[in-house]
Design a protein around this ligand. Sequence first.
Ligand code: PXP
Length: 243
Amino acid sequence: MHRHLRLGVNIDHVATIRNARGGSHPDPVRAAGLAAKAGADGITAHLREDRRHISDEDIDRLMAEIRLPLNLEMAATPEMVAIAIRHRPHAACIVPERREERTTEGGLDVVRGQQTLAPMVARLTAAGIRVSLFIEPELTQLTAAVAIGAPVVELHTGAYCDATGPARDRELTRLAAAAVQAHAMGLECHAGHGLGYDTVSAVAAIPTIVELNIGHFLIGEAIFDGLEHAIARMQALMGRASS
Ligand code: PXP
């Protein structure tokens, strides 16, 4: 059976390059417009607490100027919940955040954070936002996600992408098992982090995953091939692996 595996394009690192010089070029919202033209299914942007790449104004403009659904990545803080509720993006993906990290390292610990996360999931959901939790592919995390009422999980593919040899196979098996369990538990299952042309197909072939969020590789590849081509090539790989 054919399924359409959605691609969310994460534009954070267009803003990273812009911010390196403090001006307005390159504009991540323009990149989002190009991604839409290239056939992306959604735009993902992480408004970090330290605003190191995406800014509040970027979020204002993404909501106003881009037709594609916005997936707002955010830390589990009252400030971010208030911002999400003010903007009402299509989706909010709650991620762990530490200031010193280079990127989102490791998934959210939903098991330990249930008490704090549950009311946030409820408030975002009540505002009409589809909430996902970015977690490691582990049964305990899936169970906790269900317990606090999250409709969606995004499985962290970083360990799979970083591994080599037999360790990579083991990580893929873990991802596939978690994706099957998530589906059986009634969760919508997404995946992302670190994916590129070499790693996307095996993840896209997992039948219960319905969306991939990809950023760093696509923005990097855009330097050589243009953003639209890079997105089209990624989608072709995803389409081939998932049909
Ligand atoms: N999904 C989540 C939840 C993320 O935090 C990130 C990184 O911001 C991504 C996907 C995309 O990862 P990458 O930029 O490595 O493709």
